[in-house]
Design a binder for this molecule. Structure first.
Ligand code: PLP
Length: 436
């Protein structure tokens, strides 16, 4: 657990993250009393003396141990910057993480973290389906460096995952176990606690393979992978954390020990977020809980409506899991709420799905997710376009599937929009039926 600053408590009682997002880690006297942290739009920082500069570099280069209470001073914005340090302090509160590293994108967080741990000859065990960018990075970039990805399907039983891993990965060759749960776009869940046990079984005694979880879909509010045995948790902060479709960013969190190699590599990849990105995310974090709770509530209305609609064939929504479903037990164990992501299949195929998407008025047709506005897209031809046809079929990414990210609009208005668009795709089915 992270050592909180004293302002994180009142009368010894730890405050909730949502109460701390407005001020934690920032002192107004640093900036003429400004209530909000300004943008420190600077590339470099002036040392008070040459001795101070030397001391900062000794720490930054790992030439000596950090003294108790000694802080790494500000040197250069590829290493650290006040907006980023404050952002990292605040982000860490939600996952109760010791350490956090902010990145210029979710993919920068993912690629830097994987390169910090994987070595030629290693195997990377991961679930499918995955975010398209991660999928491409694993299969087409990491393979050029002698790393072998081994995929299992989200929704497979734990025993089947164990068997597949044992058959495909030589003992001691597992470099990392990487999860995305809920999986995009099917919302299939993977058991984090089981995977952390499996990583231990497959690791050699001198090297433990980390369990890394992309928590973009439910975090940082509704799922806390570090509590279930994950070593590192990753976010595309472009999504719920940023929440306004106006910034690209990422983060990686975990213990000091697990995060240290990631932070070191971040300096040399040059992947740290800029001050303006950091400032935008500080602004966004103030309303994170409000937004996500509203999106979570709205999504339930929308999912219930879709389930009852005659033009809808199937709905993928975590809030509809029933106790008889093997996924329910995983949900109960590691998720606190179903969140705002819904996928569903309309009756028909691509043609009906496109008719529906083209008919939407309030909901925007765009990829990305987690923002204040509701967004709809067609995974088969958009976010998951680069996936091979066999994989699409195996992982259930069908031609009639729509992915919906529910925003903060009035739920009745969302339903009005969905209803009129579903009526338009209905007529397409009827037209096909009537054709000679
Ligand atoms: C968007 C996304 C990413 C990539 O993040 P960027 O900020 O676009 O680089 C990674 N994982 C998931 C689950 C995502 O949705």
């Amino acid at each position: 657990m992270r050592q909180r600053k004293s302002e994180g408590y009142i009368d010894g009682k730890p405050l909730q993250p949502e109460s701390l997002m407005m001020g934690y880690g920032y002192q107004p006297e640093w900036s003429e009393g400004a209530v909000k942290c300004p943008i420190f739009q600077t590339s470099t920082f002036v040392f008070k003396s040459a001795e101070e500069g030397k001391a900062y570099f000794e720490l930054a280069c790992g030439l000596r141990e950090q003294a108790p209470n000694e802080k790494l001073g500000l040197i250069y914005s590829r290493l650290n910057n006040p907006d980023l340090e404050i952002l990292e302090d605040r982000l860490a509160l939600w996952d109760d993480a010791e350490s956090c590293a902010a990145f210029e994108s979710g993919m920068a967080a993912i690629s830097t973290t994987l390169l910090a741990y994987l070595r030629p000859g290693d195997y990377l065990l991961h679930n499918e389906p995955l975010y398209g960018g991660s999928d491409h990075f694993f299969k087409h970039i990491l393979t050029q460096f002698g790393i072998t990805p081994v995929a299992f399907s989200a929704g497979m039983s734990n025993e089947a995952i164990r068997q597949l891993a044992r058959q495909s990965i030589p003992q001691g060759k597992l470099g990392m176990l990487y999860l995305e749960t809920p999986a995009n776009p099917t919302n299939a869940l993977v058991d984090i606690e089981f995977c952390s046990q499996l990583a231990r079984e497959l690791s050699s005694t001198d090297r433990k393979a980390p369990v890394v979880v992309d928590n973009t879909f439910l975090g940082p509010l509704y799922q806390h992978p570090l509590k279930h045995g994950a070593d590192l948790v990753i976010y595309s902060a472009t999504k719920y954390i940023g929440g306004h479709s106006d910034v690209i960013a990422g983060a990686c969190l975990g213990s000091h020990e697990w995060l240290h190699p990631v932070k070191v590599l971040r300096v040399y990849m040059g992947a740290i977020a800029g001050p303006w990105t950091g400032w935008l995310l500080l602004r966004s974090l103030e309303t994170l809980k409000l937004r996500m709770d509203c999106q979570n509530r709205n999504a339930r209305f929308v999912a219930d409506f879709l389930c009852d609609h005659p033009q809808v064939e199937k709905v993928y929504y975590l809030g509809h899991l029933t106790e008889s479903d093997p996924q329910y037990e995983i949900y109960r164990k590691q998720c606190d709420a179903p969140g705002g992501m819904i996928s569903f299949e309309v009756k028909g195929g691509e043609r009906e799905a496109f008719r529906f998407l083209n008919a939407l008025k309030l909901i925007k047709l765009a990829v990305s997710l987690g923002s204040t506005e509701s967004l709809a897209e067609h995974p088969h031809t958009m976010t998951h376009a680069s996936m091979c046809p066999e994989d699409k079929q195996q992982f259930g990414i069908t031609e009639n599937m729509i992915r919906l990210s529910v925003g903060v609009e009035h739920p009745e208005d969302l339903i009005t929009d969905l209803n009129q668009a579903l009526e338009k795709c209905q007529s397409a089915v009827e037209l096909v039926g009537a054709a000679p």
